[in-house]
Design a protein around this ligand. Structure first.
Ligand SMILES: [Zn+2]
Length: 222
């Protein structure tokens, strides 16, 4: 896997810190599962977080401003652990040629399990989550078609899962992530050959400016 377009450091750091809204976290988790470089970076940020925690514990041991828990907190946790039935033989994790494991878990199955909705011109989408903090959806764009026009409310992460698309900023293949913001004006077009399936997250609900996507343009180039 030769991923060329990665997650930006600030987004990776937010992911490691656990402060990234769920729609973006799903894209980052999916990318990280396919990208050794970003996975290593996340591990690095998590190590920094671990070091911060250790400093906090050191201060507690030194009699500093410790966060005190109720006297029976430990006993309560241990009692709950005793009650838990541990699954000692978990089912092997399913693999899927299109959906990385985090997405497979989220959807509850592969591409066949997706409830697609047609949005015109052969383009389909499936909204996975839509809330005040953002939205994340799957997009299915037939080969040679343009991605439907839409506005960028803020941050937008688009990851290719199958096929490829190109726009003014480059060429994006499986695993690649395009990071857009309100300044990005682009016309992504799915390459010929096979339908392009993408996972896209935005922090404002993504609005397509027209139900009929930009007219099909044959893909020219590369
Ligand atoms: Zn990466």
């Amino acid at each position: 896997m030769t991923v060329k377009h990665h997650i930006t450091p600030s987004v990776l750091a937010a992911y490691a810190a656990g402060t990234l809204p769920e729609p973006f976290a799903l894209v980052v988790a999916s990318h990280v599962s396919l990208c050794d470089a970003c996975r290593a970076d996340v591990a690095g940020y998590e190590a920094v977080g671990g070091a911060v925690l250790e400093t906090v514990f050191d201060r507690i041991e030194d009699g500093g401003d410790a966060i005190t828990m109720s006297p029976d907190a430990l006993a309560q946790v241990m009692a709950k652990l005793d009650d838990m039935v541990l699954d000692t033989d978990p089912a092997p994790r399913a693999s899927d040629p299109v959906f990385p494991a985090p997405l497979l878990d989220y959807v509850g199955g592969g591409v066949d399990a997706v409830k697609w909705k047609r949005i015109g011109g052969g383009v389909k989408q499936a909204v996975l989550q839509n809330s005040a903090e953002g939205s994340v959806r799957l997009l299915y764009i037939p080969a040679g078609m343009a991605v439907p026009d839409h506005t960028h409310g803020g941050l937008e992460l688009t990851m290719v899962l199958q096929g490829a698309f190109s726009d003014e900023t480059g060429r994006f293949l499986r695993g690649d992530v395009e990071t857009g913001d309100e300044d990005l004006e682009h016309t992504p077009i799915a390459e010929a050959g096979m339908p392009c399936i993408c996972l896209a997250a935005t922090d404002a609900p993504l609005k397509f400016t027209s139900l009929i996507p930009r007219l099909i343009q044959p893909f020219i180039g590369i």
